[in-house]
Write a new protein. Sequence first.
Length: 433
Amino acid sequence: MSATVQHPDSLDAPIELAHTESAAGRRARLSTGVLLVVLGVLMGWLGVTATSGDARYALSDAFAAVQLPTLSAPGMPTVLLCTVLTLLAGAGFLSGRLWGRSRAAAAAVAGIAVGLGFVTWAVAGSSQAFPVSNQLSGTIALATPLVFGALCGALGENAGVVNVAIEGQFLTAAFTAALVGSVTRSVPAALVAAVIAGVLMGAMLAVFSIKYLVDQVVLGVVINLFASGITGFMFDQLVQPNSGELNRVPPISRLPIPLLSDIPLLGPVLFNQTILVYLAIVSVAVVWFLLYRTRWGLRVRSVGEHPEAADTVGINVRLVRWQAVLLGGLFAGLGGAFFTIGSSVSFIKDITVGNGFIALAALIMGRWHPVRAALMALFFGFVSQLGSQLQVLQTPMPSQFLLMLPYVATIIAVAGLIGRSRAPKADGQPYER
């Protein structure tokens, strides 16, 4: 979007600003509007034909020290209200009259309306209440590795290196953390080992993409296959025969923040977490600061946008790309450790189950910005947890679709928003002097 000045005939006449949009922006706006209208129509149909009774929301779980009341809302009116809000937001996008903050506000309202309407339809008339606290806790847990993966991608791709290998970095880090943690019975040692594994996989990506100029997308796929193969082989040959000694992950304790962790509902969710969750929150701020408030971050973004121009002012393009990819590997290692050490779960083959690709989708939806990418990671964590919760509540939706829900949401979200995203101009382009 840009603003152009309409020159008045008289100097005393007010200056009017007219909005213009690119072809890509128009396609994105229209696709988002159509998506919201389709979701609104579908939700309205479900509200009229398949919603009866009240929907109940439990704000506290059975073990909470302070029991908050269970809220109840009429099913059909709530779904229809959410339908109206979604349709209005969709109409606003289609009309082209929403700009800037108003467009962001409409998107936020539509997202909340779709989520609330869908959950209300699913639990209306059920004997069980929807556990809000479990939903929030699960969202934080599932989003944590996605945040680390999105930060890994943000660093590399802002420097011009496409990272499709986040899945492979996750997998090797998860395996290494489980193995080292089982042998040493030390969580810090396992985390350090996971970080080293993530950095080494990042070094593999850097060597072939920066030094040998291999196609970065193909290289990422190859690294993922390599990670799956090597961890599967090591698991079968070494770990599984000695699972009692080599696959016994040490428990990771929670670190409650005094006073804040006692706040009802939000306290246990936000302030009684493991060290990895806190590191994920801090890492978002750190990466944002590095990219947008430091000289090094300016160099990273310059080599990602115009490496030739960066080279002419004395910036070592290859060195900066190496640094960004290796630093990204550090965050990928922490994200991979969450699948084993962070969850106190023993390693199994392909334990990451595509989360690296979802982190990449969060990065694209976040337009390669660390904060927005983290918010998109929270969105995917919310959808994944929602699928699990609705399975337990025995909703009318088939269980097979609930298992696919995170991936369906990924496809729909990327299809609706990808037109708004512009990667760094030199992203994926090898550089030769």
